[in-house]
Design a binder for this molecule. Structure first.
Ligand code: PMP
Length: 437
């Protein structure tokens, strides 16, 4: 493939001599779509600019955080002001409680919250806390759900492991793997059976509020409610991972779109991405009696030098303050517009597909129109090979998609008509490339 980005090529050649695969996070390496990753130097609104000076409409949005678009003026102003006061104090600051109060006000399932720095830390702490609180060891996760790179949850994880078709990770001990039960997604019977066999040993069930790391998968009607009911019946906890969906799919996250109305409440929730508005912040929260098991009140230890970092808190407060209900309805509308146009372009090119949707998150799966994708086996059975030519055609047209078919497409409130038109104009050629794959 000829490259029109010689500077990115050079930067990648250099990076490869310095970092494994030239990257600091695997999916960035373009492993499944081929070609050289683009090195980005700046971002503004819905656009990214690479080191060769090419501009792209961004449909990755930093893998979720940029709900308001890149470099939103109010967020930058808050960050600049925080930077001027100093970068990190190693002591409590007012904005930690300000961000905590915003989260609690929006997501009533959160009675107490702890800030950490990454989504992985949030889920890792939630798992340890569930074990400490229940005195049990086993964790149930669903195949295709990604919860970060903690040892025990890497089995049949989605995201980069799906992209690279890895069943799990080397370096995870058998003991850690043996404490995780992996079940098919959307299958409450499998969960009932697991509880019938091991019920008194299961500390928690962890699930993505709506899976978006095996492509997007819609939870079946009543699935999440069923998880809540079954865990409750057996004295286990339900950990709802909203690292990706939280404050992106709606004002109160995916739970706010579904669970709150259905009348069930998760015991613990995890957040990341949008909560930090692009700075490294994540959190776990939930029932006060469970959260109070964390040190310094309780016996479950967790700590972080940069937890609640003042610059990150300022970015989070500004982002959530500007993430109004109007922002969500705007992103919802744009998402419907784009997914509809995507489907029409693929239909016109004769490409069998399904649009996978959960709230304003969506992804495309190829060769799946008969049944859609409801679990990891469905996702893996699709015609993955159609994505690389589709992706590269879009990239050549100036649209930056996630470099894997197993990832969601992310929009923002900055995706205006001009940005949308550029995406829509690029779709027919990309659909044709997918058809010819
Ligand atoms: N949980 C979910 C649902 C995620 O999508 C991710 C990251 N994509 C994580 C956890 C891990 O977050 P981080 O990459 O910040 O460690």
């Amino acid at each position: 493939m000829t490259s029109h980005t010689p500077v990115s090529d050079q930067l990648f050649d250099r990076a490869r001599t310095l970092m494994p695969g030239g990257v600091n996070s695997p999916v960035r390496a373009f492993g499944s779509v081929g070609g050289t990753p683009k090195f980005m130097v700046s971002a503004q609104g819905p656009y990214l600019t690479d080191a060769d000076g090419r501009q792209y409409v961004d449909l990755v949005c930093s893998w979720g955080p940029a709900l308001l678009g890149h470099a939103h003026p109010a967020v930058l102003e808050a960050v600049h002001a925080a930077v001027d006061r100093g970068l990190s104090f190693g002591a409590s600051t007012p904005d930690e409680a300000n961000l905590a109060a915003i989260v609690k006000e929006r997501v009533s399932a959160v009675e107490r919250i702890r800030m950490v720095s990454t989504g992985t830390e949030a889920t890792m702490t939630a798992v340890r806390l569930a074990r400490g609180f229940t005195g049990r060891n086993l964790i149930v996760k669903f195949a295709g759900c990604y919860h970060g790179h903690l040892d025990g949850l890497l089995a049949s994880a989605g995201s980069g492991l799906a992209t690279m078709a890895l069943p799990g990770s080397a370096g995870v001990t058998e003991a850690a793997a043996a404490e995780t039960l992996v079940l098919p997604y959307n299958d409450l019977d499998a969960l009932e059976a697991a509880f019938a066999a091991h019920g008194d040993k299961i500390a928690a069930v962890i699930t993505e509020a709506a899976p978006a790391n095996m492509g997007v998968v819609t939870p079946n009607e009543g699935f999440n409610a069923g998880l809540s009911r079954i865990t409750r019946e057996h004295g286990a906890l339900l950990i709802l991972d909203e690292v990706l969906t939280g404050f992106r799919t709606g004002y109160a996250g995916y739970w706010g779109l579904s669970g709150r109305q259905e009348g069930w409440v998760p015991d613990l929730l995890t957040f990341g991405k949008v909560i930090g508005g692009g700075m490294p912040t994540a959190a776990l929260g939930g029932r006060a009696d469970v959260m109070d098991y964390l040190a310094p009140l309780g016996p479950v230890y967790q700590a972080g030098t940069l937890s609640g970092n003042p610059v990150a808190m300022a970015a989070g407060v500004a982002t959530l303050t500007h993430a109004t209900p109007e922002v969500y309805s705007y992103v919802d509308t744009r998402s419907t517009e784009l997914s509809t146009a995507l489907s029409a372009a693929l239909d016109a090119a004769g490409v069998d597909h399904s649009i996978q949707r959960a709230g304003n998150l969506f992804s495309v799966a190829f060769g799946t129109s008969a049944n859609g994708v409801h679990n990891y086996a469905d996702a893996q059975a699709q015609e993955v090979f159609r994505y690389a030519p589709f992706f590269h055609s879009m990239l050549e047209s100036g649209v930056y998609l996630p470099p894997s078919v197993f990832e969601a497409w992310f929009l923002s409130s900055a995706h205006d008509d001009a940005a949308m038109n550029r995406i829509l104009d690029a779709l027919p050629a990309a659909a044709k490339a997918a058809a010819e794959a």
